[in-house]
Design a protein around this ligand. Structure first.
Ligand code: TXA
Ligand code: MG
Length: 339
């Protein structure tokens, strides 16, 4: 199907991808159509093994080989100068290409069997919550794509870390499945540079003052990963978050809105007396579990009979960076509960 130019959704260890032959510009343009994705947003190219990097990128710096040896196959996407073989539609006419070697055996088997690198964004409708099961892909894209490979629920649950290594200092454009801590441990401090790895702050682009007509930088679309229902995100200490969620849940409930809550396991006893629909993503002490369940829980709470989702924030370490990034992009409002 890939060799015929068709679109095949497949599991990776992060989220499901919607794949097409990366060398077939027509097939890749159909990805944009199926997802309703603007063509200014470039797509990640997936390779079967690190040795295939030279098929899709050029002028590859030594740090790319170091990172690939450490993290591939895995949830790390590297931004590199693009090879001429990659059609411009894949990279949104840009000079760089995003490359990842996924760890999921079904993804690897698909790429190897196709005998070509596979361009694949997440297999959801553009800006909707990312898919972590074949059913999620079906719900968003049935009738618009040729095939879905069902490999069960994905294990990591949030997308890959996107790391730009075309500049002086490797820069995280999107936090993801490989933690910043792990990247720092692997990257040498270069002479004259401030940090081993720089991290772009979430939501720094597309503030209300920036030009809304200008396309945002790749990876920097702010409203993203969003449920259909409005979501509000609560930040602060655990106590502050719980108290504010209870109060606002009650007020909004009295206003006639039916509420659902995205909670950690530890919150549940505090909400025992509410009638709100509750989704538990996992323990505050187990951010791997929270990441794994995040998008599925968001989709469950995003039900036709729900008017408002109230979500708690998570700690800023490890996978917490990716979790916090996705919650911020999905939320319509961020409520800071700090006293
Ligand atoms: O885990 C993942 O990364 C999943 C699985 C399927 O591999 N893919 C994924 O793709 O999340 P997508 O298209 O949903 O997100 C890719 C991100 C986008 O934010 C895009 O703007 C950015 O990577 N990106 C792609 N090419 C880029 C480039 N050349 N420079 C900077 N950012 C790029
Ligand atoms: Mg996506």
């Amino acid at each position: 199907m890939i060799n015929k130019g068709g679109l095949v959704a497949f599991p990776t260890e992060t989220v499901y991808g919607l794949g097409a032959d990366a060398f077939n510009a027509t097939a890749v343009s159909n990805i944009f159509l199926a997802k309703g994705r603007p063509t200014y947003d470039p797509i990640i190219v997936h390779i079967a093994e690190a040795a295939d990097l030279d098929l899709v990128a050029k002028d590859i710096p030594p740090v790319a080989r170091t990172l690939a040896a450490q993290f591939w196959p895995g949830a790390l996407t590297l931004i590199l100068p693009k090879s001429d073989a990659i059609p411009n539609i894949v990279t949104a006419n840009g000079p760089t290409v995003a490359v990842r070697c996924p760890a999921h055996p079904l993804a690897q088997a698909l790429i190897a069997a196709a005998g070509t690198p596979i361009a694949a964004p997440s297999a959801n409708q553009f800006s909707h919550t990312s898919p972590t099961t074949a059913q999620h892909v079906w719900d968003d894209l049935a009738g618009k794509i040729e095939m879905i490979l069902d490999g069960g629920a994905t294990t990591i649950g949030v997308e890959s870390t996107v790391l730009d290594i075309t500049g002086e200092v490797p820069t995280v454009l999107r936090p993801g499945g490989v933690t910043v801590e792990a990247l720092k441990a692997c990257t040498e401090r270069r002479p004259g540079s401030q940090a081993e790895v720089a991290v772009l702050p979430t939501l720094q682009i597309r503030t209300s003052s920036s030009n809304p007509a200008a396309p945002p930088a790749p990876g920097m679309l702010d409203r993203h990963y969003a449920p259909q229902v409005e979501m509000w995100l609560f930040t602060g200490t655990d106590e502050e978050i719980r108290q504010a969620m209870l109060e606002i849940g009650e007020t909004e409930g009295e206003n006639g809105r039916s509420i659902s809550l995205l909670l950690a396991e530890e919150d549940v006893p505090h909400f025992a007396h509410t009638s709100h629909k509750i989704g538990i993503v996992g323990s505050l002490d187990n951010l791997e579990q929270v990441a794994q369940n995040l998008f599925h829980t968001m989709r469950t709470l995003d039900a036709p009979n729900i008017d408002l989702i109230l979500a708690r924030d998570f700690p800023p370490h490890g996978l917490g960076h990716a979790i916090r990034d996705r919650l911020r992009r999905a939320a319509k409002r961020i409520i800071n509960c700090e006293q």
